[in-house]
Ligand binder design. Structure first.
Ligand SMILES: [Zn+2]
Length: 517
């Protein structure tokens, strides 16, 4: 593999061994590792605050204990600078942790922390674009031995970095040869990609690999995937209840459903079940998508949120996986109301956005976390589309039902609290940045900056996924924004989480190169 100078700057960001990112969708090698890396089960890291919520040394500050009392910068509404007026009198460990987190965030939300750069008239810090770009280029280079736990997430490391760079306006195609060289040995002859060399194929790693190939684009990248083997492998992952397991013999959850639907749609795989799709055929299914929406429907919990599998706790990342999967399977105004209780879902999703923090939590009684800017934030355009109804015949953007969440709140949390002064974005103040959070915090910021809507035309000639390839976006009007125009990011496809054109290019190439089955 040719050696390519990765960044436009000399490598200068060093990853401390302690800054292991959590993995929302991971590609573990064993069932035990899988359990540790499921959403919410973050990889233990020495950098994590303890139960006391104590910040890391680099950002602990005596002044933070006074943040509640100090006056904010001008231009910041009181909603984002004052603790909630109503408190639960029952003091628990969760309440104490929330109080400590809020205290720390307030200093940043008020624009009082020494690490924050220049502010605009709305009291919002500028996006530190260049340091973030440098950080992501650096994340494509060598890692110290402490990152061995990420060995099963190699395709993810590639995707997170390339997606983040693309959002920031960089050209990912320069990495084509490196990406092909990295992913080629991870593809298994019996279909799918492993998370690392010599590892069994996993749907999450395969999803990240396919997206990385779409990002770098080009015929060599598209042709790298053995699509027939991928189709046969997906058939073996299809379960009798309609869902997908993430590995052969592994666990089944809605990550598998979303990853499979994305791979099927982008690669134009046949929907007919392969002959050796034993479990699905015995259940009476004929296609890869039979029973899938019904499986997702059973994952809506009593709270209204969506869980990883039927009967367990609702979670923001699973909500996105489920809604995006339903929106790939058909028009969201048809599939989402048919399979989800929308008022309950709206209630649960709305409760994920906190004030004064402005960011989202992933679950009930959990803390705000920057990565849910995408996992929860990415649900809103899909629900918005479901509520807007059929696209207009004129092709013009739909008149929306209005903002279902506070874009301003999320912008403020991301730009005030999630930017590491040395580059990269993070969960919250006190946490180290990592490429996972950098990718998904930026994806969430991009989603606040654009209006995503569907049109009545699709780039796909196939009727099956016409709706999934009919999305467009337009920048949000300046009056709705509190960030500077220079801080606007590239728009991503709300289902595939790559640029619209990258998704279209991969789909169209695959349509013009059908596989023989
Ligand atoms: Zn997170």
């Amino acid at each position: 593999m040719p050696l390519i100078i990765a960044g436009r700057h000399k490598r200068r960001v060093r990853f401390p061994a302690a800054s292991l990112p959590p993995a929302v969708i991971s590609t573990p090698a064993t069932a035990q590792q899988q359990q540790q890396k499921r959403p919410g089960n973050q990889v233990p890291s020495p950098a994590k605050p303890g139960k006391s919520g104590k910040p890391s040394k680099s950002e602990s500050s005596n002044s933070s204990t006074m943040a509640t009392q100090q006056e904010p910068r001008p231009g910041i509404p009181a909603l984002f600078t004052q603790p909630p007026p109503i408190r639960d009198p029952l003091v628990t460990e969760t309440v104490e942790l929330q109080d400590a987190t809020l205290e720390r965030c307030l200093e940043f939300l008020k624009g009082l922390h020494i690490s924050q750069g220049s502010f605009n008239a709305s009291g919002v810090p500028a996006l530190q674009r260049d340091p973030h770009i440098t950080y992501l280029y650096d994340s494509l280079e060598d890692y110290p031995e402490g990152f061995v736990a990420m060995d099963a997430s190699r395709p993810w490391m590639v995707y997170w970095a390339l997606a983040g760079l693309t959002l920031l306006g960089e050209d990912p195609t320069r990495f084509r040869e490196r990406v092909l060289g990295t992913l080629r040995p991870m593809q298994h002859p019996t279909g799918g990609f492993g998370g690392g060399h010599g590892q069994i194929s996993h749907l999450a790693g395969s999803y990240a690999a396919v997206l990385a190939l779409a990002l770098v684009g080009g015929e060599d990248a598209f042709a790298l995937v053995d699509r027939e083997a991928m189709w046969r492998w997906l058939g073996r992952l299809k379960q009798a209840d309609g869902g997908f397991s993430v590995t052969e013999g592994g666990e089944e959850d809605v990550r598998g459903a979303y990853c499979a639907a994305t791979i099927i749609a982008l690669l134009d795989l046949p929907l007919t079940l392969p002959h050796d799709a034993k479990k699905a055929r015995e259940a009476g299914f004929e296609t890869l998508t039979d029973g899938l929406a019904e499986y997702l429907s059973r994952c809506q919990s009593f709270e209204g949120g969506i869980s990883g599998s039927p009967g367990v706790e609702a979670h923001g990342a699973y909500a996105f996986c489920s809604l995006a999967c339903l929106s790939i399977l058909g028009p969201p105004e048809e599939t989402i109301p048919r399979h989800m209780n929308i008022p309950l879902l709206l209630s649960w999703l709305s409760a994920r956005q906190y004030a004064p923090e402005g960011g989202f939590s992933g679950r009930t009684n959990k803390l705000v976390d920057g990565c849910y800017s995408h996992w929860v934030g990415g649900c809103w355009p899909l629900l918005q589309s479901a509520l807007d109804g059929k696209p207009l015949s004129s092709g013009a953007p739909t008149t929306t039902v209005g903002n279902l969440y506070s874009r301003e709140g999320l912008d403020r949390y991301i730009l005030s609290c999630c930017q590491s002064p040395r580059g990269g974005l993070r969960d919250k103040p006190g946490k180290s940045p990592d490429s996972y959070h950098t990718c998904y915090v930026l994806t969430g910021l991009s989603a606040t900056q654009h209006h995503h809507y569907r049109t009545n035309t699709s780039i796909s000639s196939s009727s099956e996924f016409a709706s999934a390839f009919s999305w467009q976006s337009s920048p949000m009007r300046a009056v709705d924004n509190v960030y500077d125009k220079a801080d606007r990011l590239v728009a991503f496809h709300p289902l595939f989480v790559i640029p619209h054109q990258a998704a279209a290019n991969m789909r169209l190439w695959c349509e013009s190169n059908p596989i023989a089955t």
